[in-house]
Ligand binder design. Structure first.
Ligand SMILES: NC(=O)c1ccc[n+]([C@@H]2O[C@H](COP(=O)([O-])OP(=O)(O)OC[C@H]3O[C@@H](n4cnc5c(N)ncnc54)[C@H](OP(=O)(O)O)[C@@H]3O)[C@@H](O)[C@H]2O)c1
Length: 219
């Protein structure tokens, strides 16, 4: 399977690239900083420079030719302000999804976030509100498209080692943390389960083994 990962140098993306390479899949990481190419290659993936705040849908559709799936793992990240929540967390996701449609790549797994889909509470920090607004718009855009999408909303991410045990279900799942390594494992499993298409799933640490949890959400 050839999987193109938007935000290919992200923490989850690098973990996912290792998992995909380890099972014989071909991962392609889209990065904006050429200095990140070596890390992506060391994770077993092909690195392609593509700034998702500058590229056109045609540019990206060209990069997706021949792919079997897209994973949206980009994010403006901590320290970024409201404008980049819109240009990356919403804009880059919309760009990737539109390019996937053009290129005929139906399978699309989007990393969203718990808290998405609810209006930010009054008094919420302006940047957090912009983040949730951007993620909600990205989800809504994806749901309206003719793609085999799965939206994955992890809880707060940690860099702890993988546990292999998760809680994965339709919202609402009680808020909790989840290691990025477990998120990567769930995405790898979702790519193998086309029955999870058209589902929005929340993810935290839990008691179910990853493969069983993903299988149980598959229709
Ligand atoms: N932090 C949390 O607790 C939490 C909880 C739930 C969900 N999430 C979501 O989980 C996702 C992945 O998390 P993570 O920790 O793996 O993220 P991360 O390490 O911050 O990675 C995000 C990646 O997106 C890339 N990116 C930003 N702008 C780009 C652009 N214009 N073109 C191409 N790539 C670009 C970044 O590249 P650069 O290094 O070049 O900036 C970075 O490599 C994000 O969408 C995040 O919002 C986070």
């Amino acid at each position: 399977m050839r999987v193109v990962i938007a935000g290919g140098h992200g923490k989850i993306a690098l973990l996912l690239e290792r998992l995909l390479a380890g099972r014989g899949d071909q991962a392609v990481g889209l990065i904006r900083n050429p200095a990140h190419a070596a890390d992506v290659q060391n994770a077993g993936a092909e690195a392609v420079v593509c700034d998702l705040e500058a590229a056109s849908a045609d540019d990206v559709a060209e990069l997706l030719a021949g792919a079997d799936a897209v994973v949206f793992a980009a994010g403006a990240g901590p320290g970024s302000g409201a404008p980049r929540k819109d240009s990356v967390d919403r804009g880059a996701s919309v760009l990737m999804a539109g390019a996937a449609e053009r290129a005929g790549v139906r399978r699309f797994v989007q990393i969203s976030s718990m808290g998405t889909g609810q209006p930010p509470r009054p008094g919420t920090d302006e940047v957090w509100a912009a983040y949730i607004t951007a993620k909600t718009a990205a989800e809504d855009d994806l749901r309206a498209r003719d793609l085999d999408w799965t939206i994955l909303r992890p809880g707060r991410l940690t860099d702890a080692p993988a546990t292999g045990r998760i809680h994965l279900a339709a919202p609402p799942v009680p808020r909790d943390t989840i290691p990025r390594a477990d998120v990567a494992a769930v995405i790898a499993a979702l790519l193998d389960e086309p029955g999870t298409q058209h589902q929005t799933l929340e993810l935290t640490g839990g008691n179910s083994p990853v493969a069983a949890a993903v299988r149980s959400t598959s229709e």
